[in-house]
Design a protein around this ligand. Structure first.
Ligand code: NAP
Length: 280
């Protein structure tokens, strides 16, 4: 590109979200309600432990409460569902986040679906996902919603654009595809069995990298002027796009760290405040 690409920094997007939340949290607290997010971490994956810690810290910073539940790596599906059931019953808890991925012996779908939909602040239940995909009110999954918020904040058009999403996980690739579709993008979803991935990516106006592989998306694959949203967060703070090679081609790109990650946390807090407001 002949001009400097636009850096889609998360910071101003987060500031906007938090500015809106502060007075709402104060109003709730004045009524004796402190919005509370419960996070459940199963096992000892260091990246997941970091995410959960960051979410708890963000709650504290905004005057919200958080509960951290840490279960051992050999937890069964039943034990996890029993833990979720207790949190569903607890009226002081407004949002429940089960950190993905859970260990392989757990039926993740059954665990997600055990979350009360009123507390499903990360849009992981089948009901929440279904409602989001039908474009009726629901808490959308936070990282996908963060991606849309970044596009909106920087006034990047979605309607009529060709978006290529790389990844189809329940928490990221699939929901972001529906959010983009509901905003009238034409969406191609790619995954590990996709043939000619680079060719698909080469048609994209908007590329969402949600692969879980460091520096996976290459600048040489991109159409000049593409916008890259990198949701990846790999060891060493490395994204799923090869940032350096992408810079030559893109109109705009999210940095990693400092792009989608902080906005995801802000969205989670926003949904928890909304759930607390709905509980009054
Ligand atoms: P995931 O559950 O492991 O899913 C990865 C997806 O990428 C799968 O759909 C997989 O395809 C696809 N894939 C893997 N290798 C591929 C290849 N060679 N070519 C094309 N597609 C390929 O991961 P996730 O939870 O969605 O997370 C994705 C990334 O986002 C990770 O870097 C994660 O750390 C990051 N993340 C960030 C945030 C945040 O707050 N910023 C939140 C969540 C996740 P198959 O379905 O065929 O296996």
């Amino acid at each position: 590109m002949s001009h400097e690409p636009l850096m889609l920094e998360g910071k101003p997007v987060v500031a906007e979200i938090y500015a809106n939340l502060s007075s709402r949290i104060e109003a709730l607290t004045a009524q004796g309600i402190t919005p509370c997010l419960a996070t459940i971490l199963v096992g000892d994956d260091p990246a997941s432990a970091t995410y959960v810690r960051m979410k708890g810290n963000a709650c504290k910073k905004l005057g919200m409460e958080s509960r951290r539940i840490h279960l051992p790596a050999d937890t069964t599906t039943k034990q996890l569902i029993d833990t979720i059931a207790k949190l569903n019953q607890d009226t002081a808890v407004h949002g429940i986040l089960l950190q993905h991925p859970v260990p392989a012996q757990i039926d993740e779908r059954a665990a997600f679906d055990a979350i009360d939909s009123a507390k499903d602040v990360d849009g992981v239940t089948s009901l929440g996902f279904g409602r989001m995909s039908y474009n009726v009110p629901a808490y959308a999954s936070c990282t996908p919603e963060a991606i849309l918020s970044v596009l909106d904040h920087y006034q990047i058009d979605i309607e009529g654009k060709h978006a290529v999403v790389i990844g189809r996980s329940a928490i990221l690739g699939k929901p972001v595809s529906f959010l983009l579709l509901n905003r009238n993008a034409t969406v191609t979803i790619c995954h590990s069995k996709t043939k000619d991935l680079a060719e698909h990516v080469g048609h994209a106006d908007i590329v969402v990298a949600a692969v879980g592989r460091p520096k996976f998306v290459q600048g040489s694959w991109l159409k000049p002027g593409a916008v890259v949203l990198d949701a990846g967060y790999n060891e060493g703070n490395i994204g799923d796009a090869d940032f350096e090679s992408c810079l030559d081609k893109v109109k705009a790109i999210t940095p990693v760290p400092g792009g989608i990650g902080p906005v995801t946390i802000a969205k989670l807090l926003q949904h928890t405040v909304e759930a607390a407001e709905a509980s009054v």
